[in-house]
Structure formats: structure tokens, C-alpha cells
Write a protein that binds this ligand. Structure first.
Ligand code: BGC
Length: 709
């Protein structure tokens, strides 16, 4: 308990004082809820209706690990009778759409505070699987298709959670990029170098920025072996190359062996009884007795677990249940929702709406009652309960949840003089009649996504037809989307305005109305490409069982579109606001073995707004997985007429390719194009920089976490 010693030293001393049985206690976790009346009861000492529990060792002052899901707030698991009602952030993808690590940190700090005050010291949050498959049902939990953006945002969220002196868990390591067949023969097959430059790079950036106490290995197989028994992932990449000091916990039911898992680098088998049979616990004790797992490895497992417990304050700052400041937290989630919504289209400056409008039609999406949330283990139950309680499925991966923050009420508040009427959209004729007699029609389009299933790339049910009919009835139609990720928008050319609000969290209705009426200006940017058709995707067929060979390698999202010349519906990085922004005076030069870019952004319009100036890079002579990569960005809030100078220093790994033979990042000598852009398809200025050859070791990190921006 000598807090002046390093976590490593403390872990060493503590492990030396443990018996083998005590070490093994730390390596075995239980599900802390029940799946139904005939199912095993949660263990004594656990927090009711939560994800996980690892018993402590009272003799040595080691507290239990009380583990809760997840990325948008404190969730409730299983068939628990009492739901924990907590604040929910917008989806992970919405937070990624802010392109704002400070917002991600604040959101993380807020949900981490609720976790601590709810009695949890481990939050199973920090989802950073790359969006390779836009139909992945869990894309809403992650941070999009670009490794730098996803890694920085999720890293900041992890740092925010851990600022409460609890552990966060980056997950699901790795390539858990679809839900179909995730626990069967589902195998993500990919060239190793390509993985280093895409999915694994997102994890690497998140770990560097967030320093999570734990890594959760995934359900799926990667190039053959299960992720939780992959020596390549858990030892070669994570330990040897990244020098990760924390521990690896499994996903719930993701373990399939004792010896292979323990020796590959798994430290904690989570969520008993989710595995088909116990693998750690008594079988691990037997493997140790027989010498198949060494004592040295058991020591290392225990040491890594308590090392994270020390490093993140679990022993020094015990948790206790405390009241939560919900009013303050509502402001945090609302701000995230406002910054994360993306204005995809705004012809004729239809938005912001004038408060003086007389007749407003609000149509569909249960907008009279609330806003949609994603399903599965990450689901947070809101205060006030489900606003639309009877939708199917009502149990796992449901319930389909609407947070009681009704856009209709919030719109009425914004336009007190207007007659605001609602049509639920089930009767298309009634909806179009209402649209026809209104000054503006706001139609909501929803897509429910969740864990354990993938989704078609479209709105649920017949909403595309409803939107097309409303747009035909009123040329002043605004579409508000609440989706897990990208959807096809066959009506996109026929509606003047589209706002993507994602799953906007427990204050989502308020946020949507404030954006529509310009009380705040949209500033979100797409963290993922919206395709025009399935044929544009690297895998046009729906996700399938068995092996998925990612032959596109690192060409994920916009990189694939650039490489194939496909024109998306809405590009990565795209997002409008209510003012005009000019990007100019790009100057780029080689500096310290990488590229530094300086530029200026000016608000040339008449309203305040936020620019997200994006820097893309690519070798003039080609040779990468795709013509360009995002190298960095700056988010700048500008008053009307204001200008701001900014610079970006590009992480040199983004100028390199991974050499699997030499295990190095290698920058090829030559000319590189540096592009100052407003989206992946809206390049405003270009400069060229000549770089010399450079090699960076596998464990290269930026000198300080904040050296690059
Ligand atoms: C999910 C994890 C989650 C765990 C515990 C699993 O089904 O994949 O993301 O943390 O359950 O609830």
C-alpha cells in the first residue's frame, strides 16, 4: 500500500505475497447478472444486474473488480428486475463525429463518474473496432472507419473514464468487424501488414492516447485462431511490439481453451458461465500442476492484473455508491449530441428553421416520444424508462429503447408561436396530407442496430418510401436520421436538408431541436462514408458465416472509395454548418522526419461556426493501400469574419507502411502530397513535400501524447 512506489513495483511485491490460489482468483471472472429464472445466480458480493465480477482478496486488501458496460454509460445486464437508470451519451459513432477529443474525454469522465458512483471500478468501455463493414450491428459502439480518428477519440474517452480512478477496457481486440457468426466459425482473415495499418493501428492509437488498464480480446477468430488465444495478437503485437503493461480480459464467452489461451497472453477469463465450460479456475490449476502453464506465467498474469489495479487507483481510492449529479450530466450528453450531429445536406439554406414558422409537421420515428438507442450489452436504461416500451424484440438484444427526450416537445419549445403537429408515419396518406399543409415537414428516419446481429444498410421498414412521399408533398422537407451507422439514402436527391443525429443519447430530442433552429450550429463530420449502393462496398454481399477474407487490406472506408474511384453519397469528413468556411495558405514542410502543415481557416459567413480542417497525405508515386490517408485535423471555432492559423504535425507512422518481415514502419523517400480539405472529397489546397527514407521501430511512439495534433 506504499503509494510512493511505482505500480510495477507494488504489483511485484503484492504478487510475491499471494498463494497460487489467490493468483488464480484474479484470473477468473463471473457474469454478475442472471440470464433467467433457471440460470445460475450472480455471485455473492457482485453488483446486481451488471456485467462482471472478479472476487477480491481481503487478506491482502485487494478489492473485487466490479465491472460494468460500457461506452455510452452505465448499463444493466441480463434479466435483472431492477434496471439502473443512468445518463446515456450519444453513440460512440456520434462522439467520433465530433472529431473532438475534448468532448470524448468529457463524456468519458461523466460516464466514469456514474460508474464509480454506482459502485463499479472497471468500465468495459473503449470500443474501437474499425468500420470495415458498414452493416456491422455494433458500429454505433465504435468510432468509424479511420484509425487515427477512431484511435484518438476512443483514447480520449478512455482517459476520461479513467480520470475517475477506475479501469477502462479497450475492445474488442481485434477485427470483430461484424456480428454475424461472431462466436462460431467467424474468422477475420487479413494480411498482417494490412492489419497493422488499419484495425490494429486504431487500437494502437487508442492505447497510446488512453492508457487503458485492460484490453478485451474478441469473440471472433483472426487468421485461424480465436482472438483470445492468438499469440500473434496478444503477445507479438500487444506485448512485444506495443509494450502494453496492463492485462487482457476475454469477452464474455470468448475463451475456448486453457493452456493455449493462458500461454498466448490471456490474463482473465471473464463472464462465467458464458464459456461452454470453465477454462480458467480448476482447469488452469491443473494445467499449472502439470506444467503446461508455468508458475512464471501465472505470476505474470496476476502481476499484470494488480499492476493495472494499482496504476488506476483501485487499491488507493476504494469506490462506494454515491449520489449522481444528473442535471450536470445532462448538459454533458446534450453537448456531445449537438457536436456529433452531422448536417449532410442543406439546400437553399432551409436550415436553420425560423422560429416564426406558422405550421410545422413532425413525422415518424416516434419523435413524439423519444430518441432511439442501440441494443445489446451497451444499452443504458434511462431515467424515466423506455418511451416506447412495446417494440420487438423486448428482450436480448433488445429491448428496442427510446429515451424519453421527445424531439416533438423540444421543437414546440423552439417555435412557441407555431402549430406543431405530429403524424406517426404509419399512415402515409395522413403524413403527406399533414406535410402538404405545413410550412416545413421534419421527417424522422430510424434504424435500430445492436449487438449479436448485423443490419441491412437502410432505414427500418418502409421509412424510405415514407420519406420520399413526404418530400413529394412538401419541397421544404428536413430528414432527421437516427441510425447506428451509414444507410443508403435513395431519397437524398429529393430532400433539401438532412441531419444525421445517430443515437443521440438521453438529451437527444433537445439537441436535435436546438440544431434545427440554429440555437447551436451543426459541427459534426462523418466518421464513415455513406455509400450510394451496396455495389460500391468491398464486400457487396451481406456479412456471412465462416471466413471473411478482407482482401481490401488497409483500404477501409474512404480509402476503398478513393482506390476504386467510387463516388459516395456523403464522404468521410463531410459535414455542413450554418456559415461558410475558407481554408487557405497551406504550407507543408518536412520537419523532424515527418510532415508539418500550416494553414489558415476563415469564417467568411455571417454566423459563428466550427471548422474541422482535415489534412490528408499520400505518396505522389503511389504505393500505399489507397491514394490517401487522414494525417490529422484541427477543429476551430470561429466567430463571423474571424480567421485562425493552425498547424498539424503528422504522426510519421501515417507516412509509412508496415514491414512485417523487418517489423518496422518504413517511410519511403520521395514526394508526398499534402491536402488541406473539408472532407475526403473536398480538397481545397495541395502542397508537396519531399521526405527522406526513415525506419521506425515497432514500439515507436510520439515523444509525448500531446506532441502531435
Ligand atoms: C460484449 C462485450 C461486453 C460483455 C459484457 C459481450 O457480449 O461483446 O462488449 O462488454 O458482453 O457484458
Amino acid at each position: 500500500m506504499n503509494a510512493t512506489l511505482s505500480p510495477d513495483r507494488r504489483a511485484e511485491l503484492l504478487t510475491a505475497a499471494m498463494t497460487d490460489a489467490e493468483k488464480q482468483t484474479l484470473t477468473f471472472g463471473y457474469f454478475a447478472s442472471t440470464l433467467g429464472p433457471d440460470q445460475p445466480k450472480p455471485p455473492e458480493g457482485s453488483r446486481a444486474g451488471s456485467a462482471g465480477y472478479v472476487p477480491g482478496i481481503p487478506r491482502l486488501g485487494i478489492p473485487p473488480q466490479w465491472q460494468t458496460d460500457a461506452g455510452v454509460g452505465v448499463a444493466t445486464q441480463g434479466a435483472a428486475a431492477v434496471k439502473r437508470e443512468r445518463t446515456a451519451l450519444p453513440s460512440g459513432l456520434a462522439t467520433a463525429a465530433t472529431w473532438d477529443p475534448d468532448i470524448a474525454f468529457e463524456g468519458g469522465a461523466m460516464i466514469g463518474d456514474e460508474a464509480r458512483r454506482s459502485g463499479f471500478n472497471v468500465m468495459l468501455a473503449g470500443g474501437v473496432d474499425l468500420m470495415r463493414e458498414p452493416r456491422n450491428g455494433r458500429n454505433f459502439e465504435y468510432a468509424g472507419e479511420d484509425p487515427l480518428l477512431a484511435g484518438r477519440i476512443v483514447g480520449a474517452q478512455i482517459a476520461g473514464i479513467q480520470s475517475n480512478r477506475i479501469i477502462a477496457t479497450v475492445k474488442h481486440f481485434a477485427l470483430n468487424d461484424q456480428e454475424t457468426d461472431r462466436q462460431g466459425s467467424g474468422d477475420s482473415a487479413i494480411d498482417r501488414a494490412a492489419a497493422r495499418m488499419s484495425d490494429l493501428l486504431a487500437f494502437q492509437f487508442a492505447i497510446e492516447a488512453g492508457n487503458p488498464g485492460a484490453v478485451m480480446c474478441a469473440y471472433n477468430r483472426v487468421n485461424g485462431p480465436w482472438a483470445c488465444e492468438s499469440p500473434w495478437l496478444l503477445t507479438d503485437v500487444l506485448r512485444r511490439d506495443w509494450r502494453y503493461p496492463g492485462f487482457v480480459m476475454s469477452d464474455w464467452g470468448a475463451v475456448h481453451s486453457t493452456v493455449a489461451s493462458a500461454n498466448a497472453g490471456l490474463e482473465q477469463d471473464s463472464g462465467a458461465p458464458f464459456d461452454d465450460k470453465p477454462y480458467f479456475g480448476p482447469p488452469l490449476a491443473a494445467a499449472i500442476r502439470e506444467g503446461a502453464v508455468t508458475h512464471a506465467r501465472l505470476d505474470q498474469m496476476a502481476r499484470r492484473i494488480v499492476r493495472s489495479m494499482f496504476a488506476h487507483g483501485l487499491l488507493d481510492l476504494p469506490i462506494s455508491e454515491q449520489p449522481i449529479d444528473y442535471a450536470a450530466h445532462a448538459a454533458v450528453t446534450r453537448k456531445d449530441a449537438e457536436e456529433g450531429a452531422v448536417l449532410l445536406k442543406n439546400e437553399g439554406a432551409l436550415l436553420p428553421l425560423a422560429p416564426a414558422l406558422r405550421r410545422i409537421a413532425v413525422i415518424g420515428g416516434h419523435a413524439d416520444r423519444g430518441v432511439l438507442a442501440g441494443g445489446g450489452s451497451s444499452l443504458v436504461y434511462p431515467r424515466g424508462g423506455n418511451a416506447v416500451a412495446d417494440l420487438k424484440p423486448t428482450s436480448w438484444p433488445g429491448p428496442v429503447m427510446y429515451y424519453p427526450s421527445a424531439p416533438l416537445d423540444a421543437i414546440r419549445k423552439q417555435a412557441p408561436g407555431a402549430i406543431v403537429r405530429f403524424a406517426d408515419g404509419t399512415d402515409v396518406a395522413a403524413a403527406t396530407a399533414l406535410a402538404r399543409e405545413s410550412d416545413v415537414a421534419i421527417v424522422f428516419g430510424t434504424q435500430w442496430a445492436g449487438e449479436s446481429f448485423d443490419v441491412p444498410l437502410m432505414l427500418d421498414g418502409d421509412q424510405d418510401a415514407l420519406i420520399a412521399a413526404v418530400a413529394a408533398a412538401n419541397t421544404r422537407t428536413v430528414v432527421v436520421l437516427e441510425t447506428g451507422g451509414p444507410v443508403l439514402a435513395p431519397w437524398a436527391e429529393r430532400v433539401p436538408a438532412v441531419l444525421e443525429a445517430w443515437y443521440p443519447g438521453t438529451e437527444g430530442g433537445e439537441a436535435i431541436a436546438r440544431l434545427l433552429f440554429g440555437e447551436t450550429a451543426p459541427s459534426g463530420r462523418l466518421p464513415a462514408t455513406f455509400p450510394r449502393s451496396l455495389a460500391q462496398l468491398p464486400h457487396p454481399q451481406a456479412p456471412h458465416s465462416g471466413e471473411t477474407r478482407y482482401s481490401e487490406g488497409g483500404a477501409v472506408g474512404y480509402k476503398w472509395f478513393d482506390k476504386t474511384g467510387a463516388v459516395p453519397q456523403f464522404a468521410f469528413g463531410h459535414g455542413l454548418t450554418y456559415t461558410r468556411l475558407a481554408y487557405r495558405r497551406l504550407r507543408a514542410r518536412a520537419e523532424g522526419g515527418t510532415v508539418r502543415a500550416d494553414f489558415q481557416v476563415t469564417n467568411t459567413g455571417s454566423r459563428a461556426g466550427v471548422a474541422v480542417a482535415q489534412l490528408y497525405v499520400g505518396p505522389v508515386g503511389g504505393g500505399w493501400e489507397a491514394p490517401k490517408r487522414l494525417g490529422g485535423w484541427r477543429r476551430l471555432a470561429l466567430a463571423p469574419g474571424a480567421s485562425s492559423a493552425a498547424s498539424v504535425i503528422i504522426d510519421p507512422r501515417l507516412l509509412a507502411t508496415w514491414d512485417e518481415g523487418l517489423r518496422q514502419w518504413r517511410i519511403a523517400a520521395g514526394d508526398y502530397r499534402v491536402m488541406l480539405a473539408d472532407s475526403a472529397r473536398d480538397i481545397r489546397e495541395t502542397a508537396t513535400v519531399r521526405l527522406s527514407a526513415r525506419a521506425l521501430p515497432a514500439d515507436w511512439k510520439p515523444p509525448t501524447a500531446h506532441a502531435l495534433h
